[in-house]
Design a protein around this ligand. Structure first.
Ligand code: CXF
Ligand code: ZN
Length: 378
């Protein structure tokens, strides 16, 4: 391995939608301006990897290197990079934080306007790829990270330098899913002590919202799901009450929650990605101050319906967030410190660990609903 030269290494390539990833040798170009080449230490699987791996809709974006929840070491840096040097430990993040634009400078936003987030298969600045296979075919990037490779190239707006003493299998969780849930409670909603919180969907994101609500001092955390088995797991994440949507009879779930909470919850979080649940969440947030946060990813042109009479004069807020409203460069180090100080619990999210060669097992476990986070070691 030599700075400035292409690297030959192993990657797990998504060649066709829904088919097992293929471990093969690829070529990773050196980093260009404002880019760093990173040796991945470990990566974990997020539901979004599975979503884009399955996607058959045209234009199909294959062959592609998926993976976006990771931690690694800077192998080399491109021109105009002064933020990190070779050997620094970094967490890549799908959402940019350029530090220069009006949004990055404001503490009210985490949506960079210099390199606006888009679902692009290229590097964010010059819209080209750093990956080719041994036949010379271009391999597409994913979410600005592409961590299912021993080496990847990431823009400096998408990396956060961290304290290297943090266990990598825990630190990598803050790269996407766990940060998104914890951040939604902590930053987007700003849950305060004594609050009542409702979480729709008890997958990793919902459980991370519970963890964020727990460390914020919420006293009642109501978990909503269709799968009774989720409730046992959720207890370990501080969820205090459960509503099984399948057991609400004729009542809409919002009515059940309104009755349980005496008029609605302080904070509601939608973590599934279903319009009907977004509407239900809004319907059981408390009049006057209730706040509903949408984290679930629905089809992008789906519409949410609200009756005007139910909106005017109710004082409720409905909002959404990417990455839990976190500003990657400043908030990830804060969350890592809270983990090291034993306030934030991360260990309970790691249910499985596999070697890189067995990456397809991580997909199976998530598809079967058996894992929360499966860490993949390079
Ligand atoms: C998601 C956020 C919503 C768009 C797709 C990617 N991020 C990470 O999993
Ligand atoms: Zn993700």
């Amino acid at each position: 391995v030599e700075a400035g030269k292409p690297i030959r290494c192993k990657a797990a390539v998504a060649r066709k939608p829904g088919e097992p990833l293929v471990i093969e040798e690829i070529i990773v170009a050196p980093p260009s301006h404002h880019e760093v080449r990173v040796r991945i230490i470990c990566t974990s699987l997020c539901q979004s990897d599975v979503t884009f791996w399955k996607l058959k809709d045209l234009p199909a974006i294959f062959p592609r290197i998926l993976g976006h929840e990771a931690i690694g070491v800077v192998e080399s840096v491109g021109e105009d990079v002064d933020e990190v040097v070779e050997g620094d430990v970094v967490i890549p993040v799908f959402l940019p934080d350029c530090g220069d634009c009006a949004d990055c400078k404001s503490k009210k936003s985490n949506l960079c306007s210099k390199l606006p987030f888009q679902l692009s298969p290229w590097m964010p600045r010059d819209k080209t790829s750093r990956f080719t296979d041994l036949k010379g075919e271009v391999l597409y990037h994913f979410l600005n990270v592409s961590s299912f490779s021993e080496y990847t190239v990431v823009d400096t707006a998408h990396i956060v330098k961290i304290d290297p003493s943090i266990p990598p299998s825990k630190a990598c969780l803050l790269s996407c899913g766990v940060s998104t849930g914890v951040g939604a409670a902590w930053r987007t909603a700003n849950v305060e002590a004594g609050s009542t919180v409702v979480i729709f969907g008890l997958g990793s994101i919902g459980l991370a919202v519970a963890e964020g609500a727990r460390i914020s001092g919420a006293t009642k955390i109501i978990g909503v799901d269709v799968n009774q088995e989720k409730f046992e797991i959720a207890k370990k994440f501080g969820v205090t009450d459960f509503v099984n949507v399948g057991e609400c009879g004729d009542k809409p779930v919002s009515q059940v929650i309104n009755e349980m909470t005496g008029g609605g919850a302080d904070y509601c979080f939608e973590c599934v990605g279903l319009v009907s649940l977004m509407e239900q969440a809004y319907a059981c947030s408390r009049k006057g101050w209730g706040k509903t946060v949408i984290l679930g990813v629905e089809k992008s042109d789906s519409l949410i319906s609200l009756r005007c009479a139910d909106v005017v004069g109710n004082g409720k807020t409905l909002t959404g967030a990417l990455f839990g409203g976190l500003k990657a460069k400043s908030d990830i180090p804060t969350l890592l410190k809270r983990y090291m100080d034993k306030e934030l619990e991360l260990d309970k999210f790691v249910t499985h660990e596999v070697d890189f060669e067995d990456i397809n097992k991580a997909f199976d476990l998530l598809l079967e609903g058996k894992s929360l986070r499966c860490v993949i070691w390079m």
